[in-house]
Design a protein around this ligand. Structure first.
Ligand code: AMP
Ligand code: ZN
Length: 440
């Protein structure tokens, strides 16, 4: 783990280190304007607010946010394609989108100013990872409708870094470019970072000879243990970045080199944590579902958008000097959580368990099925050659150890199946770790 560059700059100290009372004033002004704009231009908001009996003038500041109605992904799906746009199409200069998990796309529109705001948030993120005009940033997030590639591209360009717009895929070529160009910052999903790291090792390349110093990894859940693995494989500081298409893309929040939560760009996005069942707003420090409101977005502003991502907010000032709230690592989603035999299971929990087991890899697949009335869970775990060459007895002991760990952590018995190295599919984008056959 390299930490020499911890003295990294702050891209926009005025906003990132702002006095919190001052921030609240700015947020309140921006919120009021947004509420007025959506009430006047987006039928959905007008209808929802009228239904609740809330008028734009009732919202006098951030403290009144709680009176506004929630929005959610189905609103975007139903409004597809232009239903939630708050400006004429003439003012929109870009569309980004996400396929989501259920097939129907959602799209968001950006005005010139929106692209500027997103670029600013991504530039802050690149700077948090120590990025400057002297850096060479290799971007292996997908380019296109998906926000990962273009988002980091704009941010790194703004910082003045040299950008290598690789997009995802062709891992050997990624590594060849990384070596030839001397890339210093890598941007991709954490699962792809793992694959790049493993491939580097398999190619017999000494990671110490690479110029990489940091990685900006996000777009899917990962764990502290996975961070440690990636840092070890690549000899870098691995940082978490969070974002979603609905809010702009990557850069809603990002970790600084202190790696203690992701700084939310609160001058553009206001975070709240709610209890996903009761919808009650929870105080800082409590875990729940993250709800976000855009306060500068013009194209498709979203108020109280339910992300379904579970996390916690920490308002303490960070060692880096930034004063904005930090989000903990995302623990899972309130809606894709698996319920197996009545037990809530997050794939990230399985990953955490596996990373604690010697010789297990973070490559796994959860296969859920229903045998008669009972759910069954099979956990396919990829192991290294060493384990695979063991005797049947040794493999049984190893399986038992995993089963016991899963049981003690999740309170759930799983049938463990050890599979040979490289047999679980690798993903260049987001990893898919669950095969839920119960729905078939
Ligand atoms: P998309 O709009 O398709 O990029 O998906 C956004 C979703 O990806 C978020 O709502 C999260 O569920 C997930 N996501 C993005 N970044 C992270 C991250 N750093 N950790 C965990 N999940 C993430
Ligand atoms: Zn910090």
């Amino acid at each position: 783990m390299k930490c020499e560059h911890k003295t990294a700059n702050i891209w926009n100290p005025e906003m990132e280190c702002i006095d919190r009372e001052e921030l609240k004033k700015i947020q309140s002004e921006r919120l009021k304007k947004t509420v007025k704009r959506v009430y006047e231009n987006v039928p959905l908001y007008r209808a929802r607010m009228d239904e609740k009996g809330v008028k734009p003038e009732d919202i006098r500041g951030v403290d009144d946010l709680k009176y506004l109605p929630f929005t959610d992904k189905p609103d975007l799906r139903e409004g597809f394609p232009y239903g939630l746009f708050a400006v004429p199409k003439h003012d929109i200069i870009r569309i980004q989108g996400s396929s989501g998990t259920t097939g129907m796309p959602i799209v968001t529109g950006y005005t010139k100013n929106d692209i500027g705001v997103w670029t600013e948030m991504a530039a802050r993120s690149v700077t948090m990872a120590g990025g400057t005009a002297d850096d060479i940033v290799q971007i292996c997030y997908g380019y296109g409708l998906f926000t990962g590639g273009l988002g980091l591209h704009q941010g790194a360009t703004e910082v003045g870094a040299m950008v290598i717009p690789m997009s995802s895929g062709n891992t050997q070529r990624q590594i060849n470019m990384m070596q030839a160009m001397g890339s210093t910052i890598l941007c991709c999903t954490p699962s792809y970072a793992m694959l790049i790291g493993e491939t580097i090792r398999d190619m017999g390349i000494d990671p110490g000879k690479l110029k990489l110093k940091a990685g900006i990894f996000g777009a899917e859940p990962w764990s502290e243990n996975m961070r440690a693995r990636i840092e070890e494989l690549l000899g870098i500081d691995a940082l978490d970045i969070y974002g979603l298409t609905e809010m702009a893309g990557p850069g809603v929040s990002c970790e600084c080199l202190y790696k203690n939560g992701m700084h939310v760009n609160e001058d553009h996005v206001i975070p709240e944590i709610i209890n996903p069942e009761t919808l009650e707003v929870l105080p800082y420090g409590e875990s729940g579902e993250l709800v976000l409101s855009t306060i500068t977005k013009e194209g498709t502003p979203l108020l109280r958008y339910r992300t379904h991502d579970l996390c916690r907010l920490n308002v303490e000032k960070c060692e880096c000097g930034r004063t904005n709230v930090r989000m903990d690592r995302i623990k899972g989603r309130s809606d894709d959580m698996l319920i197996i035999r009545g037990v809530n299971v997050f794939p990230s929990q399985i990953e955490t368990v596996l990373m604690e087991i010697p010789n297990a890899s973070p490559h796994f697949m959860i296969v859920v099925d229903r045998v008669g009335p009972t759910d069954s869970m099979q956990l396919q775990v990829e192991v290294n050659d060493e384990i695979f060459a063991d005797t049947v007895g040794q493999m049984q002991t190893y399986k038992k150890m995993i089963a016991e760990k899963v049981k003690s952590t999740l309170g759930l018995s799983a049938d463990i199946k050890l599979v040979p190295p490289k047999s679980i599919p690798r993903f260049e984008g987001k990893a898919r770790r669950v095969l839920d056959n119960r729905k078939l």
